[in-house]
Ligand binder design. Structure first.
Ligand SMILES: NC(=O)c1ccc[n+]([C@@H]2O[C@H](COP(=O)([O-])OP(=O)(O)OC[C@H]3O[C@@H](n4cnc5c(N)ncnc54)[C@H](O)[C@@H]3O)[C@@H](O)[C@H]2O)c1
Length: 519
C-alpha cells in the first residue's frame, strides 16, 4: 500500500497548499499515477522513479513510475475484461457517456486548464482553449457513436451479405507532451465510441491530466477497465506495443519513435495509426492581406512555444511583399509577452525541458552559421519574476534569407522558430513546399480562391488551411502524408482506424450450386 513518512507528508502538504492557492482543489498531483480498473494504483514493477518538472519553474511537479511489464499487463487485462460489457452496449448508450464526460470537462475546465499549465508550461488561456476543444471532441464522438454501423448488399438469387463494423478489442494509445489532455481525448473518444477499451501511456514529461481523464470517465459511469492509464517512458510504451492482448496502437510522437513502434507492432500484426512530426509549409502570395498573413503565420508557429506538430515553419513569401511581411511579423513577435504561464496576459510560456530548450537554441546557432539572418528572438529569457528562474523561456525567433538545404529548413525544430524563404512563381513555391519527406499540413494565404484550390490540390499534406492556420474542427480528419504518418484522427475517418469489417454472407437457396460435387 501507499505509505508516507512524516517528511513526505510535509512535502505533499506544502505542495497541496500551493495548489489550493492556484485554485486547484484536485488531488491530481498526489498520485499514484497509474489508473487501472477505475482507480489510481501503485506500480507493481516500476524499474525506477521519474521526476517530472514544472516547465514554468523547473521545480519537481510529481514523481511517476517507469511502469514495467506487469503494470502494463494489469492494465491490458483490465481492458480485456471490460471489453465484453462495453462492446455489447448500443452506440447510443456508449455515446451518452462521452457526452456526459464532455459536460464534466466543461464544468472542470478551469481546474483542468491549470493542471495542464503545470504539466506543459503553456499559457493558461491556451490551455483553456485546448480543454474546451477536448469537450467538443468528446461530444462529437458521443453523437457519432450511435451512427457507427455496417452495410447491406443485395446479391443475385436473393442472396445477401451484411458487413458488420466491429471493434478491434483493446486499443493502446501512446502520446507526446505538447497537448496531453487533447491527445488522450482524440484517441480515447473514437476508440470508445466504436466499442473498444483503452490503455493509454502519456508522455513521461506530462503525466498528470490523462489520469484525470480516466477519473472523469469513471465519474460519469463508464465501467472500470474501459479506460486505463499507465505511466512511464519508452520502455513502458514498448511493453504496451509488444503485449499480445493489444489489438492496435495509436501513436502520436516523433518519426524515429513512430518507426520503432511500427516495427514492434509488426511481430504481432497489430494495426497502427501514426501521427508524427512535420516541417509544414505556408505559401504567402503577394495578393494576400498582409495582416491576415502575419496572423496566420503567428498561429502557425508560436502557439504552445512552437511545440506543435502541424506548425507551418517554412514560410514561403512571394518576393514583392517579402520586406513588408517580415517587418510586420517581427513587430508582432516583439509584442508577444514572455513569462508566467498562469498570467492571462502571457503569450509565450515555458519550453518543456531544459534539454529541449537547448536543442532549439542549437538549431538557431546552426542556422546562423549556415547563412540565415536572425530578425528577432531566439534567446533564452530570464523573466523578472524570481520564482520563474528555473524555467526555460525562449523568445519567438524569425530567421530569414533561408534556403531549402539549410538544417533549420529541413528538420523539425519543434520550437518557436519560423524560417522565411522567398519565392517568385506559384510552380516554384509548390515544388519547394513539397520537397520534404514530411507531409502533415500546409497553409495557403491568397485572396485568389481559384489559385488557393489549385495550389491546395498539389500540396502533399494531410491538411491544407486556406487563409488560416492550425484549425482543428472535430468533424474533419487530421493526419499525415509521407513520413508524417498514416491513419486519421477526428471526423468519421477515424472510425475506420478503430474498427474492423466482418462480411456475413447469407445463402437464401436451399440447394447450393456446387459444380464439383457429384452424387
Ligand atoms: N502528428 C501529430 O498529431 C503530432 C501531435 C503532437 C506531436 N507530434 C510529434 O511528436 C514529437 C514530439 O513529441 P515527443 O518528443 O514526446 O515524441 P517522442 O517520439 O520522443 O515520444 C512520444 C511518446 O513515445 C514514447 N516512446 C518513446 N520511445 C518509445 C518506444 N520505443 N516504444 C513505444 N513508445 C515510446 C514516449 O515515452 C512518449 O510517450 C514531434 O515530432 C511532434 O511533431 C505529432
Amino acid at each position: 500500500m501507499f505509505r508516507l513518512g512524516f517528511s513526505s507528508f510535509l512535502i505533499l502538504s506544502r505542495q497541496h497548499i500551493k495548489i489550493m492557492k492556484q485554485g486547484l482543489t484536485t488531488t491530481a498531483l498526489q498520485g499514484p499515477f497509474n489508473y487501472i480498473n477505475g482507480e489510481r494504483v501503485t506500480s507493481v514493477d516500476s524499474t525506477h522513479d521519474i521526476k517530472v518538472s514544472k516547465p514554468a519553474t523547473g521545480e519537481v511537479l510529481c514523481t511517476i513510475p517507469n511502469s514495467g511489464q506487469q503494470d502494463v499487463d494489469k492494465a491490458v487485462q483490465a481492458a480485456r475484461a471490460a471489453f465484453a460489457q462495453w462492446s455489447a452496449l448500443g452506440g447510443l448508450e456508449r455515446g451518452r457517456f462521452l457526452i456526459s464526460a464532455a459536460q464534466k470537462v466543461r464544468e472542470r475546465l478551469e481546474e483542468l486548464a491549470k493542471l495542464e499549465v503545470l504539466d506543459t508550461g503553456k499559457p493558461v488561456w491556451e490551455a483553456r482553449v485546448d480543454l474546451s476543444g477536448c469537450a467538443d471532441y468528446l461530444e462529437y464522438y458521443g453523437g457519432v457513436a450511435s451512427t457507427v454501423g455496417g452495410l447491406h448488399y443485395q446479391l443475385p438469387g436473393g442472396n445477401f451479405a451484411v458487413v458488420r463494423r466491429e471493434p478491434l478489442g483493446v486499443v493502446g494509445g501512446i502520446g507526446a507532451w505538447n497537448y496531453p489532455f487533447q491527445t488522450i481525448s482524440w484517441k480515447a473518444a473514437p476508440a470508445l465510441a466504436c466499442g473498444n477499451t483503452f490503455v493509454y501511456k502519456p508522455s513521461q514529461f506530462t503525466p498528470v491530466t490523462s489520469v484525470v481523464f480516466g477519473e472523469i470517465l469513471t465519474e460519469v459511469g463508464v465501467p472500470p477497465g474501459v479506460v486505463n492509464v499507465i505511466q512511464g517512458a519508452g520502455s513502458t510504451g514498448e511493453a504496451l506495443c509488444q503485449h499480445p492482448g493489444v489489438a492496435k496502437i495509436s501513436f502520436t510522437g516523433s518519426v524515429p519513435t513512430g518507426q520503432k513502434i511500427m516495427k514492434a507492432c509488426a511481430d504481432g500484426m497489430k494495426r497502427v495509426t501514426l501521427e508524427l512530426g512535420g516541417k509544414s509549409p505556408m505559401l504567402v502570395f503577394a495578393d494576400t492581406d498582409l495582416t491576415e498573413a502575419v496572423k496566420a503565420t503567428m498561429l502557425g508557429n508560436f502557439l504552445t512555444q512552437g511545440q506543435v506538430c502541424s506548425n507551418c515553419t517554412r514560410v514561403f513569401v512571394e518576393r514583392p511583399i517579402l520586406k513588408d511581411f517580415q517587418e510586420k511579423l517581427v513587430t508582432a513577435c516583439e509584442k508577444m509577452v514572455i513569462g508566467d504561464p498562469f498570467d492571462n496576459e502571457t503569450t509565450v510560456g515555458a519550453t518543456i525541458t531544459l534539454e529541449h530548450a537547448e536543442k532549439v537554441l542549437h538549431y538557431i546557432d546552426e542556422a546562423k552559421k549556415q547563412g540565415a539572418r536572425l530578425l528577432c528572438g531566439g534567446k533564452r529569457i530570464n523573466p523578472s519574476d524570481t520564482k520563474l528562474a528555473g524555467g526555460y523561456y525562449l523568445s519567438p525567433c524569425v530567421l530569414t534569407d533561408c534556403h531549402d538545404d539549410m538544417t533549420c529548413v529541413k528538420e523539425e525544430i519543434f520550437g518557436s522558430v519560423v524560417t522565411i524563404l522567398a519565392f517568385d512563381t506559384e510552380e516554384e513555391a509548390i515544388a519547394r513546399a513539397n520537397s520534404t519527406p514530411f507531409g502533415l499540413a500546409a497553409g495557403v494565404m491568397t485572396k485568389d480562391l481559384q489559385r488557393a484550390h489549385r495550389v491546395s490540390a498539389q500540396l502533399q499534406a494531410g491538411i491544407v488551411w486556406i487563409n488560416n492556420c492550425n484549425v482543428f474542427p472535430p468533424e474533419v480528419p487530421f493526419g499525415g502524408y509521407k513520413m508524417s504518418g498514416f491513419g486519421r484522427e477526428n471526423g468519421l475517418a477515424a472510425l475506420n482506424d478503430y474498427t474492423q469489417l466482418k462480411t456475413v454472407y447469407t445463402e437464401m437457396s436451399s440447394k447450393i450450386d456446387c459444380p464439383i460435387y457429384k452424387e
